[in-house]
Design a protein around this ligand. Structure first.
Ligand code: G6P
Ligand code: MG
Length: 216
């Protein structure tokens, strides 16, 4: 029996490559502070809030800063990130994702968005997909960011489904951890070795076959 009645999508790195824009903006901040960030470092920044990401970036460079300076740094990074997303085109949505969402909905599966980003609404408006979701939860609506399960539990609540009926699509290790902690099924998007804890891993979001829903 197919128990999945809702699919919950992360945004950055699952629907569009904004994860790369976050990385470029953090890299720019690190360069200003005199060091570099590697793609491996970036994996730790995925899925976690802006301030938590900043703490990790500073720790990687061995930098200590006052709360006031941290605030300034986070704002600077966010301004650079917004410069990237302002220039983003609707065509930057990953190929096949809109079709996957529509196919799920045509099968009666509810579709939610759960992003720790406070910029999530701007991104989905730019991509013109805000109307594709039955519920949207972003970084402005939660207290704890991934790996805490709050964001996924709140999305399930808004979708009127039980956590165990949900399947989450996630590219972040923190996101996979959060989905599992919420008692949900999870499809990892990206590197199978890194996302080994997920129930299934696909290279790209649209590689997921809807027929898999019954097997999860
Ligand atoms: C997403 C991204 C993270 C980012 C976080 C906060 O979860 O995966 O890399 O740090 O959102 O984004 P924000 O746009 O609020 O700075
Ligand atoms: Mg992500």
């Amino acid at each position: 029996m197919n128990l999945i009645s809702a699919c919950i999508f992360d945004l950055d790195g699952v629907i569009v490559d904004t994860a790369h824009y976050h990385f470029l903006a953090w890299k720019r901040l690190a360069h200003e502070l005199g060091y570099d960030l590697t793609p491996t470092d970036n994996e730790r920044l995925k899925g976690v809030s802006r301030m938590q990401s900043l703490e990790i970036v500073l720790e990687l460079g061995g930098v200590t800063a006052s709360e006031h300076d941290k605030e300034l740094m986070a704002n600077k990074k966010n301004t650079w990130f917004n410069d990237y997303i302002e220039r983003m085109m609707p065509e930057e949505i990953f190929p096949g994702v809109k079709q996957l969402i529509r196919e799920l909905k045509s099968k009666g599966i509810k579709v939610g968005l759960a992003s720790s980003s406070k910029n999530a609404k701007t991104v989905i408006q730019t991509l013109r997909i805000q109307h594709e979701f039955d519920a949207i939860v972003d970084g402005t609506m939660i207290k704890y960011s991934k790996p805490h399960p709050e964001i996924f539990l709140l999305t399930a609540q808004k979708l009127h489904v039980k956590p165990e009926e949900c399947l989450v699509f996630e590219d972040a290790e923190a996101g996979v951890e959060a989905a599992l902690a919420a008692g949900m099924k999870c499809v990892g998007v990206g590197d199978a070795q890194r996302l080994y804890a997920a129930h299934e891993v696909v290279e790209k979001t649209a590689d997921f076959k809807i027929t898999e829903l019954a097997k999860l």
